[in-house]
Each structure stands twice: as structure tokens, then as C-alpha cells.
Write a protein that binds this ligand. Structure first.
Ligand code: ILE
Length: 443
């Protein structure tokens, strides 16, 4: 059977942007920034995106496009009889870990959407506010699992039936709409009493924070997570791209777009966090408490909330399908499974892990696999802060050191000029050195 291909470069761009923009920009960015002091984190995050993220994004897509195979097969094809294919397993493992908790959080988003459809969340149902509402919801057993299962079923359905085109088309409408909503929300949030404190939190770095090694790891991990980097999603999407499509512009476009969504989310969340006296280091629940509180205060907030959670769920969906695609494509080739069989099996395993993640907010809330971290935080930590950067490191070494310069440049459609040499130097020297330093200092 011939390998599938994107019809046009725009199709690829939309899919790759759909992959990048997701819960990571709004949900994860906000709570990680909140946990790590705001301004200092933002600065390091932006540094990681531009210095490491975008050059590696270009690298990852180019590996897939050159090899036209899955995340493991690509290395086997480009470097036969070498151990480079282990790089691919970073992607496979991260994909399993990440989608297992991503589906749980996306389930929360679906639940919120549902509660805006019914009008339940137009006003905080209890005196205690949305913090208590959210806490009550995630600590139940079945209800959050139902929404996780529903989300996972949708992801599998899309990956099986190849209606990705439908999702891309929907994203054409809803991504700009989400951007517009975020801008409106940011303006509203900034007009709240006490908003300036939030702005200062986000944009005035506390310089003493730079002496903590953990904040570097967090910034690097967030850059990888948000750009869908190191999990094989971009490599796999790149493998469906024909050789005549130029990559560098696409890579920069995806990176800028993704960063825009993160920064604007920060402008929505932090002014409101301070205005409503919410603790910025509330962790994963942060946006699920802050957003409905904003919607409750603004005119037509119920409708805005409804559209917002619809768009957020859709953004999560287009990200999730890119993650499920990674092991799906791998097992299809490895075991000669059909797309249907592969994605159902992989998706079911992820859902199974998701059960643990979800119960980690309820009956298993005292299960802390790593330090004080609950199940979600532990899985997220291993995947985002360890596996993704190591996968990225390995990828940079592969293209920087295994390929000859001319081969590497050709793979990414750059010439041996200033721009090409800059990219090559970054991938060959700077990326490995920076990732290693961040790693070693955090140990
Ligand atoms: N990049 C997306 C996001 O930020 C996903 C991360 C794919 C796992 O939500």
C-alpha cells in the first residue's frame, strides 16, 4: 500500500499547527509558569523556543520527510545497522506517557464545555467558587473517566477513519477564533482590579529565580511539549510530506504561532489570577479555576465560555491525534497491523494508563511516584522534562554529527550560507551543549 501523503503544504501546516497548539499553550504553560515564578520562567521559555525549539522543529520534520517512515523506522532507514533508531523510542515512550494524561485533561475540557452547554457553569454553583467545583469533579471516580474515555474514543475515531482533513478544516475556523477569544479575554482580564500585579508577575523576572536549576529544566520541557517536539509527532507528520515542499518557513511559522498562543494565554490567566486572589502555583487545576471565574464576571460570559471550551477541546483533539499517530504508525509497520487495529490497541492502552492518572486526583491522591508529585505530575515530569529533551538531544546529534553538513542542509532546504550555517551550528553544537548543561545541573 502506498504511504499516505498530505495533499498540499497548507494541509501539512494546518496539521502541524494543530498539533502544536493545544492544552500545552493554555493549561500547561499557565501552571508551569505559575509554579516557576512567572517572569523568569517566561524569559527562559522564550529563549528555549527560539534557540533550541524552532531549529529542532525544522530538524525533526526533515528527518521524517527524508526517510518517509515512522519514528523508529526513519532512523533505521537513514542509518541502517546503527543504534540511532533508539532515538525513535524516546518518541514512542513519550507519546504513550503524554497522551495518557493529556486525554484526562482534555476530558476535563469536554466536561466544562458540556457544563456551558447546559448553563450549569454560567455562575459558580457553590459558594466556595469554581475551585471547589473543580476539586469535587476531578476527585470523583467515574465522571472524569467517562470524559477521558469519550475524548480518547474521538481521537481513535479520527486516527482510524482518516477524517483528519475534517479536523484541519475545522481548525481553520476555530484556531483563529480561539486566538480572537484569547485576545478579547486578555483585554478583559487586564481591565480587572489588581491586573497589574499579574502583569508584573509575568513580565518582571525575579532575578534570584535564575539561580535555581529546576526552572531551566521546566522551561526546556515546556518548549518541547508546546512545540510537539521530541515526541515523534512532527517527524511522523513530516513523513507524509513530499520533497518539493520547503520547510524553513513552515518551521518558523509554527513556532511563532505556538508562542503567540502561550503568551496571550499568560495575559489572560495571570491578571485574573491576581485579581481574584487565586494561588498562581495551584498546579494543573489553575486554568480550570481561573477561566470560569473570568467568564462569570464578564458580559455574555456564559456564551464566551461555551465557545472557548469548544475551541479548546478541538485544539486538544488536533494535538492528541498527532500523538496517537506516532505509535500507531510504528506498530502498523512493525506488526503489519491495519490502521484501525493499531490505533485501537494503542489508544486503549493509553486510556488504561489514563485511569491511573484520573484516579490520582481522587482515591489515589496520596500516590506520589516521584517526590511530592501525584501520578499526572510524575508522568508529565518524566515525559516532558526528561524524555523529550533527551529525544531532542539525540536528534540533534544525529543530524549534526551523523549526517555530513551538505546532507543536513539539503534535508532542511537550506543553503550553505549564513542562515544555513547558523542553523547547522545551532543543531550541531549549541543544542547538545545547552541540553546537557541543563540536565547535568539539575541532577
Ligand atoms: N503541543 C501540543 C500541546 O501543546 C501537544 C503536546 C501535542 C503533547 O498541547
Amino acid at each position: 500500500m502506498a504511504r499516505e501523503q498530505w495533499g498540499t503544504k497548507l494541509g501539512f501546516m494546518l496539521a502541524a499547527m494543530g498539533s502544536a497548539v493545544g492544552l500545552g499553550n493554555i493549561w500547561r504553560f499557565s501552571f508551569v509558569a505559575g509554579n516557576n515564578g512567572g517572569g523568569a520562567f517566561l524569559l527562559l521559555y522564550l529563549g528555549c523556543v527560539f534557540l533550541i525549539g524552532i531549529p529542532l522543529l525544522l530538524t525533526e520534520v526533515s528527518i521524517g520527510r527524508k526517510a518517509k517512515s515512522d519514528v523508529v523506522g526513519s532512523y533505521q532507514k537513514l542509518a541502517p545497522k546503527t543504534p540511532w533508531f533508539f532515538t525513535g523510542f524516546f518518541g514512542i515512550f513519550s507519546a504513550f506517557l503524554i497522551l495518557s494524561f493529556y486525554a484526562v485533561v482534555a476530558g476535563w475540557s469536554l466536561y466544562y464545555f458540556f457544563n456551558y452547554v447546559t448553563g450549569n457553569f454560567f455562575e459558580a454553583p457553590a459558594e466556595a467558587g469554581f475551585g471547589a467545583v473543580f476539586g469535587g469533579f476531578i476527585s470523583q471516580g467515574w465522571q472524569p473517566l467517562f470524559w477521558t474515555a469519550l475524548f480518547m474514543a474521538m481521537v481513535i475515531f479520527i486516527v482510524v477513519s482518516g477524517v483528519k482533513k475534517g479536523i484541519e478544516t475545522a481548525n481553520k475556523i476555530f484556531m483563529p477564533l480561539l486566538a480572537l477569544l484569547l485576545i478579547v479575554l486578555a483585554v478583559f482580564s487586564l481591565s480587572l482590579d489588581g491586573a497589574m500585579e499579574g502583569l508584573a508577575f509575568l513580565f518582571q523576572p525575579d532575578w534570584s529565580a535564575f539561580s535555581q536549576p529546576s526552572i531551566y529544566v521546566q522551561a526546556l520541557g515546556q518548549a518541547f511539549f508546546s512545540l510537539s517536539l521530541g515526541m515523534g509527532a512532527l517527524l511522523t507528520y513530516g513523513s507524509y510530506l513530499s520533497d518539493d515542499k520547503k520547510l524553513p518557513g513552515a518551521a518558523v511559522g509554527i513556532g511563532l504561532m505556538d508562542t503567540f498562543f502561550a503568551v496571550i494565554s499568560g495575559l489572560v490567566i495571570f491578571p485574573a489570577v491576581f485579581a481574584f486572589s487565586i494561588d498562581p502555583s495551584s498546579g494543573p487545576p489553575l486554568v480550570f479555576i481561573t477561566l470560569p471565574t473570568i467568564f462569570e464576571q464578564m458580559p455574555l460570559g456564559g456564551i464566551v465560555g461555551l465557545i472557548f471550551f469548544f475551541a479548546l477541546s478541538l485544539a486538544a483533539l488536533s494535538s492528541a491525534i498527532s500523538i496517537l499517530e506516532v505509535p500507531t504508525a510504528y506498530f502498523m509497520r512493525l506488526f503489519s497491523w491495519s490502521r484501525k487495529k493499531s490505533s485501537i490497541i494503542v489508544g486503549s492502552i493509553m486510556f488504561f494508563f489514563g485511569i491511573f492518572v484520573s484516579l490520582g486526583f481522587g482515591i489515589w491522591s496520596d500516590v506520589t511516584p516521584i517526590g511530592e508529585k501525584n501520578i499526572l505530575d510524575s508522568m508529565d515530569y518524566i515525559a516532558s522534562n526528561i524524555l523529550l529533551p533527551l529525544g531532542g538531544l539525540s536528534m540533534a546529534l544525529f543530524v549534526g554529527w551523523y549526517f555530513k553538513k551538505a546532507t543536513a542542509l539539503k534535508a532542511v532546504d537550506l543553503k550553505d550560507d549564513l542562515m544555513g550555517s547558523t542553523w547547522y551550528g545551532i543543531v550541531k553544537f549549541i543544542v547538545p551543549v545547552v541540553i546537557l548543561i541543563i540536565f547535568v545541573s539539575s541532577l
